[in-house]
Design a protein around this ligand. Sequence first.
Ligand code: MN
Length: 703
Amino acid sequence: MNRLNFKNFHLSKQTFLMIAIAFAFSVLVRLYWVYWASGYLAFYWNNELMISTNDGYAFAEGARDMLAGFHQPNDLSYVGMSLSTLTFWIVKIFGFKIEAVMLYLSVFVGSLIVVPVLLIALEYGAARAGFIAALLASVADSYYNRTMAGYYDTDMLVIVIPMFMIWGLIRVIERKNSVDIIIAPIFVLMYNWWYLSGFSLISVTTVIFLLYTLILDRKNMLNYVTIALMLLGIANLNFYAKVLLMVAIYIGVLFKKDRLNLKISFFILGAACIVFVLGGGLNPIVFQLKFYVFRGVSEVADVSFNYFNVNQTIQESGIVNLALFCERISGSVVVFLLSLIGLCAFCFKHKSAFISLSMIALGFLALKGGLRFTIYAVPVMALGFGYFVTSALEYFKFKDIKYKIAYACILILSLYPVAKHIYGYKIPPVFYEKEVRVLDEFKKIAGREDYALAWWDYGYPIRYYSDVKTLIDGGKHLGRDNFAVSFALGSKQNSSANMARLEVEYTELGFNQKIGENLKKMMSDANSSSIGEFLANLDDKNISLPPKTREIYYYLPDRMINIFPTILQFSRLDLKTGQKFADPLFFAANSLQQTKEGIMLSPNVILSNKLDSVIIGSNKLKLNSFYETKYNENGKLDVNVQVGDDSSKYYVIFMRDYGRILLLDEEMFNSTFVQLFVLERFDSELFEPVILDSSAKIYKLKR
Ligand code: MN
C-alpha cells in the first residue's frame, strides 16, 4: 500500500478544458429545441416554455408543494421525491422561477454525462477517444430524447450517476488505491435516492464487478470492500445508519490499511451481504422483469376481476426495429457497428472496462423489453466508438495535422446523423397555453380536496396547474384504477354520475381503511354479487350513494377524442371473464375531403351529400340524425340537428370549428363524453357546466 496518491484527483488544465468544451457543446445542442419552440406562443405559460414530459408534472407538483410548505393528505403529490427535492432546492437557493428550472434542468444536468465518460477514458489515458465519446454520448438519439430541454424527468441523471459509479469501480481496479473505494458507493447511494428502479443496474454492475474480481483480480482485497460498501449502499436500511456504517468502514480501511488482509475483507463483505439479504432487497428486480419481460403476466395477483391490463396499450413494449435500435444508441447503424467493434477491442485490451458492460446489458434489453432501454447503452458504446476511431488513426499512422484533420472529419461525420435526428425531433409540450388557461381558471374554482375526474394522461398536469386531486395519473393507472374513469366517460350520464361519486368516495375511504378493491367493496355494500347487474343498476337515479364529502369535476379535453376508443377498452369488457365487448363505433375524421359522392371521411367512408347516410365500402348506413356544432358570435356553441331515419342507430356529428366529423353508434352517441363535451347536452340534475372552452370543458357533478 505505497500507492496512496491524491495527486491523481487533480484535474489537468487540458482535462478541464475538454470537459468544459464537451459540456458546452451538449448544452448548446439542447438549446436548439428552445430556439425552435420559442416560435410558438401556444407553448408558453407564465412567460416560459412548457415541458414536454407528462411525468414531469408529478415532480413539478411535488416541488410546488414543497415550496408552498403544505399539501393535502392523500393528494398523491410527489413531495420529497428526488427530482422534486432537487428542484425545490434550486428554486430556493437561486431564486429561479420554477418553470425555468423545469425547462432547463435537463439541459444542464443531462449534459453532465460528458464528465464520467471523459473520466473513464482518462483512466486509460485515452483522452482523444474520450472526447469523441463524450460528444457523441451527450447527444445520441435516445439520450438526447430523454434529456432534451423541457424533458423534466429523472432521466436526466439516470445514466449520469451509474457512469460515475462505473468510473469509480474502474479506478479501484486500475489504481488499487484505497482512497478510491468510496467513489462508487457514493454514487450508489445517490442513485438509490435519485431513482428507485436503479436498483437493478446497481445489482447487475455489482455482480459483474464481483465476477471480474473472482476471475481476474482475486487477490485485490479493496475490491471486496468496495462491493461491501456498494451492498450497504443499496441495502434496505435507514439512510443515516447506512452512511455511518459506510464511512466507518471506509475510514477504517483508509487509516489501518496495513492491517487489512483478505480475511478481514471477506469478513466485511460477508457482514454486508447479511445486512443486504435481511433487508429483502431482491424484490424490485423481480417486479421489473415481470412487467417488461413477461408481458402477459397479470398486473396484480390478488384482484378479483379480470381488468384490462395497461401494458397491453403501452406501445413502447413492442418488438424492436433493429436499425432504429442502432440509431437510438449511436445515431447511425455504421457508428453503432464500429462502436461495437471498438468496445470489444477496448475490453480485450483493458479488462477493467468489462465493468461497463452492465450498461450495455441493460441497453440491449431493449431488444426484448422495448426501446426505452436503449439509453443505457449510449455512453459505453460511445466510448467504444472513440476507441475505434483513435485506434484506427494510430494504426494508419496518422500524425500531427493529418491526425487532427482526420479526427475532426470523423467527428463531424459521426455526429451528422445525430444532428439530423435532433433537427427533426420537434416535440410539442404536453399541454398548450389555452388548455393550461382552462386549468388555471379551474384552480380558482375548485378546492384542493376536490376531485377532477379525468383520464390518467391528464392526471399530473391537472394536479400541477389546478391543485385538485385525481383518481388516476401517470403512476396510478392499473386496469383496476382505470376502470371507473373509463366507465364514467363512456357510459350514459346517470351511470356515469353514480360511478364518479362512488369511485371518489371509495377511493378516499380506501386511504383510511383497508377496503381492497373499490369495485368489490361497492358491490358488497350494495349487496350485489353480480358485477353485470351492479353496473347495470348504476343507470338508476335513485340508488343510494355514500355521503358526499367533496366536489367532483369532470375534465373533458378536446384532445381526448383521439384516444377515446383506447380509453373505452378499460371498461368495455366482462370483468368476470376478461372477455372484451364488441368494439363500439367511434370514428373521428380529422381531414375531410369533398368528392362528387359526398364528403370523404377516410378512403372508404363517405358521408352522402344529403347528410342522411354514410357509405362504408359497398354498404350504406342510414343515419338516425346529423348534428352540426358551431360556435356563434357570442362564443356559445350552437347545435343543429337534421333528423333522419329514427330506426337507425348511427349518428354523425360535424364539429365545424374543429374541422372534424364523428361517426358514432348509439351507445357512443349517448356516452357522457360525447354528450357533455361535443354537444354540451347535460342532464341538469346531474351536471353543471363550469368552464366551456373549445379546448377543454369542465362540469361539476351535482350528485
Ligand atoms: Mn394538492
